[in-house]
Design a binder for this molecule. Structure first.
Ligand code: 6GU
Length: 246
């Protein structure tokens, strides 16, 4: 997969060289290119923003640098990318959308600072591309760069061969399928005693059926505690599938 990011803070994207995403790049599974939007500014101050028409607080990102930057990125590759625009007014970013994006050969991210990008940029590229305005949650960040890190990590770990074990994301909380509405329960590793605390006995029993049932009960307990909204949407048949999963 190829990913381009156009931003006024290229250094904000440096974490994309670390950990899972960094390794996927080193292995050639992911081609990430970060571009400085100011390269497409024209005045000597490299201005990319201006005051909003109609008045009001803050600044709006000018359309010309975005248009030239996106045209240049589009011309540098084959075919059409999906254009992802992080914004608190977008559709919710979900695991389902992560899966859909992970199936694309090419993603271009256009994170905004300030109050957002001049609307005509979206109108222009909606005529040419699949454009997704995406929000990562119900809170407001200062810009779309942190959401790009979030979305790229969620997508990259779904690419074939990026996680060691293909099973490991079948069981994710929010993975589409049997467990789509349950959170994962607690996990334990060695030592068997730590500061006087023990491992739940069932995990040492070697009884796969009982272990599966315990995990499902813990998943339900955690979900009703932290996300009662998800329990309401839970399909009872999904619980039986959870039992048979191991
Ligand atoms: Cl995608 N951008 C910004 N600026 N704030 C957000 C967001 C995105 N998602 C939630 N809050």
């Amino acid at each position: 997969m190829r990913i381009d990011v156009v931003t006024i803070f290229p250094e904000y994207l440096e974490p994309l060289s670390v950990s899972l995403v960094g390794k996927a790049r080193q292995r050639g599974q992911l081609d990430v290119r970060v571009h400085d939007l100011r390269e497409w500014a024209h005045d000597r101050h490299n201005t990319v923003d201006d005051t909003p028409y109609g008045g009001g607080p803050g600044m709006v990102m000018k359309p010309e640098p975005w248009g030239e930057a996106l045209d240049s990125v589009l011309a540098s590759g084959d075919g059409k990318p999906v254009l992802v625009v992080p914004t608190p007014s977008g559709i919710p970013f979900t695991q389902e959308l992560a899966v859909e994006l992970s199936e694309q050969p090419w993603l271009v991210f256009a994170p905004a600072r300030y109050e957002g990008i001049d609307r005509r940029v979206m109108e222009e590229y909606e005529e040419r591309l699949d454009v997704r305005e995406v929000s990562i949650g119900d809170y407001v960040l200062a810009g779309g760069e942190a959401p790009v890190l979030v979305i790229v990590e969620a997508v990259a770990r779904l690419l074939p061969g990026v996680l060691g074990n293909a099973q490991s994301h079948q069981d994710d909380s929010f993975a589409p399928g049997a467990m789509s509405n349950l959170l994962e329960g607690p996990v334990y590793t060695k030592p068997p005693q730590w500061r006087g605390r023990e491992i739940p006995e069932v995990l040492l029993s070697g009884h796969h059926g009982k272990v599966a049932r315990w995990r499902r009960d813990e998943a339900l307990r955690r979900t009703s505690q932290n996300r009662p909204d998800l329990v309401e949407r839970c399909d009872p048949e999904a619980l039986d599938k959870y039992d048979r999963r191991l």
